[in-house]
Ligand binder design. Structure first.
Ligand code: ADE
Length: 262
């Protein structure tokens, strides 16, 4: 009796395993799928409208919204603030939704006096400015045993982002530079000094380098595109609230243009 049951049940289990495998395989072979991550609602709301979302899936308290920009499939998600949220989000986009490229968009504080509110920064690379294992012999920001502290953005995606900035937002200055990420909102000249003396850097925010590390670990190209919402110097609590919507709108135009053409 038991044997007969096993003969009946085993093929069903096997079929289930094969189908689950096929789902992932299919996700992997559907051409370009762009994962777009923003931390705040303002950073993803307009993009979601443009992408005409057809399916939404909730994982780890994040809503993964599938749609299309141009001919490309996109998955747009608001990850929440901070590096843990951002890393989980990028890993999920790549492994559960088959994303082949990741774009992180949103606002940032400036670290470079050349930048004005509203200007755009496209990442050359991204570092975690609050990562510090120096006491046991590693460089500040270095991820132990990888030999890496700055994760380089993809060359083609960087070029596309700069081109998109020129075409979609020609009145706004766009710069290429280092993005410095940490689990802190930077509010003082002293914090700014610490970050820039350790890493240089053009802007600071709270997610980009975690997304960069998740992409590195999953062998997936990425770029971070940020609009400056504040000067990270103490005047920003007012600046941030005043300018974040306008700054996020600048980024949205660029990401929409870029994602339609990648
Ligand atoms: N995002 C926007 N402005 C920021 C700042 N000053 N520090 C960290 N993240 C930010």
């Amino acid at each position: 009796m038991k044997k007969a049951m096993a003969v009946f049940v085993a093929p069903i289990i096997l079929m289930g395993i094969l189908l689950a495998g096929c789902g992932r395989e299919q996700a992997m072979t559907q051409g370009t799928v762009i994962g777009i991550i923003g931390a705040m609602d303002e950073e993803v709301a307009t993009l979601k409208e443009a992408a005409k979302i057809t399916k939404t899936t909730k994982i780890a308290e994040m809503e993964f919204c599938e749609g299309k920009l141009g001919n490309n499939r996109v998955v747009i998600v608001q990850c929440g603030m901070g590096k843990v949220n951002a890393g989980i989000c990028a890993h999920t986009l790549i492994n559960d939704f088959g994303c082949t490229k990741i774009v992180n968009t949103g606002v940032a504080g400036s670290l470079d006096n050349r930048l004005d509110i509203g200007d755009i920064v496209v990442s050359v690379d991204a570092v975690q400015h609050d990562f510090d294992v120096k006491p046991i012999g590693f460089q500040k920001g270095e991820i132990p045993y990888t030999g890496l502290y700055a994760f380089p953005a993809d060359g083609e995606m960087r070029a596309m982002a700069m081109e998109a900035a020129g075409k979609a937002a020609p009145d706004i200055h766009a710069y290429e530079g280092r993005v410095c990420s940490g689990d802190q909102f930077v509010t003082t000249e002293e914090q700014k000094q610490t970050i820039t003396s350790n890493f240089g850097g053009m802007c600071c925010e709270m997610e980009g380098a975690a997304i960069a590390q998740a992409c590195y670990l999953n062998n997936t190209p990425f770029v971070v595109i940020r609009a400056i919402s504040d000067k990270s110097d103490g005047s920003q609590s007012m600046e941030f609230e005043t300018f974040k919507a306008a700054a996020a709108a600048n980024c949205t135009k660029i990401v929409e243009y870029m994602a339609s053409r990648l």
